[in-house]
Write a protein that binds this ligand. Structure first.
Ligand code: SAM
Length: 237
């Protein structure tokens, strides 16, 4: 999948994933990350991309015309790409969004700076996403977060180094706890069932732990998670 980023700071994308699983996925051609400098579509000698706000007030607002020109060109090259505006006012990005976006042919992330974009940018994009209820100085880090979450779901990207299917949120719950050697660490023993070799028992223990953990830490998730009658019985214990 191709990830394109429209930004005033393309250098930030020079090698954010170098050496990591995503860096290797890029080397193998499974993903492509291409930043574009928004200034390339700005007019005039000074390539201005922002201006003062109508109505007064502090801060600068990003002008709509360079973004419109850039998106028109990018869409001509990749008509099927989905255009995503990064904004703290967008829909909160969650794992089901990552799963849905991983089925797209390509994604274009539009990253704001300063006070954000002229409101009329919104009619040029398919989606508006926020990565959480806080405000960053720019959309670049937020776009990187989304690229990471989407790219790791693409076929072949994780390889043998992990399985996205059992990760937290993939089935609506938090994941079960993990243990590795040694069997005892600072007086804490690995749960006996994990040493038993009994795969059915291990699967039952893991499901129980998933439910217990989600109930303790994120009870809000249980309202939306698909639960069996057995799951509900465990939760009521
Ligand atoms: N004035 C805007 C507001 O209050 O809604 C915030 C602008 S913010 C300083 C500049 C840019 O950072 C935004 O246009 C957006 O692209 C990006 N950004 C900031 N926080 C974000 C978040 N939580 N999720 C996604 N993008 C964010």
């Amino acid at each position: 999948m191709k990830f394109e980023i429209l930004t005033l700071f393309p250098d930030m994308f020079e090698s954010p994933f170098a050496g990591s699983i995503l860096g290797k996925a890029a080397e193998k051609g499974l993903i492509e990350i291409e930043p574009h400098n928004l200034r390339d579509w700005a007019e005039g000698r000074h390539k201005v991309t922002d201006d003062t706000p109508y109505g007064g007030g502090d801060g600068m607002v990003m002008k709509p015309e360079p973004v419109a020109r850039a998106l028109a060109e990018l869409k001509q090259r990749s008509p099927a790409a989905r255009v995503i505006l990064m904004t703290p006012q967008g829909r909160t990005f969650r794992q089901p969004d990552a799963q849905a976006l991983s089925r797209e042919q390509g994604l274009v992330f539009v990253c704001g700076r300063y006070e954000g974009f002229d409101e009329r940018i919104r009619c040029l994009v398919n989606d508006e996403y926020s990565i959480g209820d806080f405000v960053l100085t720019g959309g670049e880090l937020a776009a990187m977060v989304m690229i990471d979450a989407v790219a790791r779901l693409l076929p072949g990207v994780l390889g043998s180094s992990g399985s996205a299917e059992v990760d937290s949120f993939s089935d609506g719950l938090l994941e079960f706890p993990h243990y590795t050697r040694p069997a005892e660490f600072q007086g804490h023993r690995v749960p006996e069932v994990l040493l038993s070799g009994n795969h059915a028992e291990i699967a039952r223990w893991r499901r129980r732990e998933q439910l217990r953990r989600t109930l303790q830490r994120r009870p809000d998730l249980l309202e939306r998670a698909p639960l069996s009658d057995e799951d509900r019985r465990i939760l009521e214990e």
